[in-house]
Design a protein around this ligand. Structure first.
Ligand code: FPP
Length: 241
């Protein structure tokens, strides 16, 4: 596969942790723990494949509505993962960014996020965006509000600059695991031209081979960005007699 076949930016809705756990008669949080293992392997594998940006949906603005035990389990998991995982990710040249509304998070979690970002700020191999307490609508609204507060005109370009993911180009490939085929308020703005890939595998089962299969599928897509096939790949489209 040539470099053009490797997506620069992959975004993932990591769905299916709860079902993975329930099938084993385990609490849902056990599925999220297994999800962290899958995520670690995914980050490292994307780095090896030459992907430059990975963005994952770890906790949505709507996830607060889950049972209290699961919400606090996810918060705890994030805090633990931050202390445990950052040294290895740092050694692998991964730059960590948190994307989302931090205001509602505890002081402990917020401090952990800041430390992870500061510790990895100069890394350049792979930018790893963790969307936590994030929603696509929240992002569009906060971007518009920040422009309004500064009295700046709202245009596509100014909104784009004010969005939470303005430090990276839009995702080329958007993957959702767990069998559902919807966006669920993820990257509504940035995913406008992303290639979508849905897998029936539950997130804890989404291994390196599954990532490679998604990348191979992407490599076969023709990205047109609103143009015709003939414009983007002259001579490739077949004439119908
Ligand atoms: C969706 O599965 C997954 C989540 C809501 C959380 C994703 C979190 C992780 C993969 C762990 C990594 C997180 C941190 C804290 C870094 P689901 O629970 O909706 O699964 P279901 O559809 O089977 O119920």
């Amino acid at each position: 596969m040539g470099p053009a076949a490797i997506p620069h930016h992959i975004a993932i809705v990591m769905d299916g942790n709860g079902r993975w756990a329930m099938r084993r008669y385990l609490p849902r949080v056990a599925g999220h723990k297994k999800g962290v293992d899958a995520l670690r392997a995914c980050v490292l594998h994307c780095g090896e494949r030459g992907v430059r940006v990975l963005t994952v949906f770890a906790f949505s603005s709507e996830n607060w509505n889950r049972p209290q035990e699961e919400v606090s389990g996810l918060m705890e998991l994030l805090a633990v993962a931050l202390t445990r995982e950052v040294p290895q990710l740092h050694a692998e040249g991964v730059r960590i960014h948190f994307v989302g509304n931090r205001a509602a998070l505890s002081d402990k979690v917020r401090a952990g996020l800041q430390q992870a970002e500061a510790a990895t700020a100069s890394n350049q191999r792979l930018t790893f965006n963790i969307c936590f307490n994030y929603g696509g609508r929240w992002d569009i609204a906060q971007a518009a509000a920040s422009l309004a507060a500064k009295g700046e005109p709202v245009t596509e370009a100014s909104l784009d600059r004010a969005m939470a993911l303005s430090h990276v180009p839009d995702p080329d490939l958007l993957i959702r695991t767990g069998g559902e085929q919807r966006i669920s308020n993820f990257l509504l703005w940035q995913g406008a031209y992303s290639e979508l890939y849905f897998s029936d595998k539950l997130w804890p089962d989404f291994d390196e081979a599954a990532i490679d299969a998604a990348i191979a599928d992407y490599a076969g897509r023709e990205r047109r960005f609103g143009k015709t096939s003939e414009q983007v790949a002259p001579g490739k489209s077949k004439k119908v007699a």
